[in-house]
Design a protein around this ligand. Sequence first.
Ligand SMILES: NC(=O)c1ccc[n+]([C@@H]2O[C@H](COP(=O)([O-])OP(=O)(O)OC[C@H]3O[C@@H](n4cnc5c(N)ncnc54)[C@H](OP(=O)(O)O)[C@@H]3O)[C@@H](O)[C@H]2O)c1
Length: 250
Amino acid sequence: MENIAVVTGASSGIGAATARRLAAEGFHVVAVARRADRLDALVKEIGSGATAVECDVTSDESVARLAETVSGLGTLTLLVNNAGGARGADPVSAGSVDDWQWMYDVNVLGTLRVTKALLPALEASGAGTIVTIGSTASFVVYEGGGGYTAAKHAQTALVGTLRLELSGKPVRVIEVDPGMVRTDEFALNRFDGDQSKADAVYAGVKEPLIADDIADIVAFAATRPHHVNIDRLVVRPIAQAAQHKVHREK
Ligand SMILES: NC(=O)c1ccc[n+]([C@@H]2O[C@H](COP(=O)([O-])OP(=O)(O)OC[C@H]3O[C@@H](n4cnc5c(N)ncnc54)[C@H](OP(=O)(O)O)[C@@H]3O)[C@@H](O)[C@H]2O)c1
């Protein structure tokens, strides 16, 4: 029986690309998200190497059901905490409490819930790995990004704390922090479905990262010999030398 990898937020973008890639690496992938139709299509495409589990990471009951399903599948060695996202670009002075709440719930408490639920199985495997998708927003702040950067900073605090607390246990804790990745939904969700605002994020950027680039990094980090722990990997497109320094072609 293959090793199991759980990927949250697998219905689109980075999560879907990671699920495909990890299946190609030989994992049996458990693809997790709320949109079951998309997961079913992904699992069909991957074939026998994947299982879809509809799950809302903001719900205790839903995550408990996920853990139960996973326990019946085999040996869990990898968890990719990817479900997350941004909502809104308001300045702090006009920040939407609902948006901030949503970002904290999904990015931070979602990571907490799923990690807690699956940690016993990862530990029992004797060689577990947790990869969490943070962001460059996990360590810088920018105007209009208060809610997202606060949530991603908090997610990083969770990851760093967990690594310390698992010292001596057979579970390594890895964080991948992408810069600008062009995915279909991330910016669209951030700007409440406004396609022109979403497109403006990537305007003139010759080659933003794509989801497959991050899937590649996750697969690399997760397939090193188990004593090798890549604490944190920051990855940006060459056009983004820093958060505010984005080269745009005219
Ligand atoms: N794109 C970027 O530029 C970028 C840069 C740095 C970091 N990131 C991070 O990378 C991760 C993925 O981003 P992406 O660009 O691939 O975005 P995306 O395409 O919007 O994907 C977000 C995923 O999260 C899932 N999700 C949202 N709420 C959920 C919930 N309550 N329960 C379960 N799943 C939930 C969504 O699935 P459902 O809606 O079907 O539930 C979707 O599959 C996020 O953590 C994001 O913060 C993205």
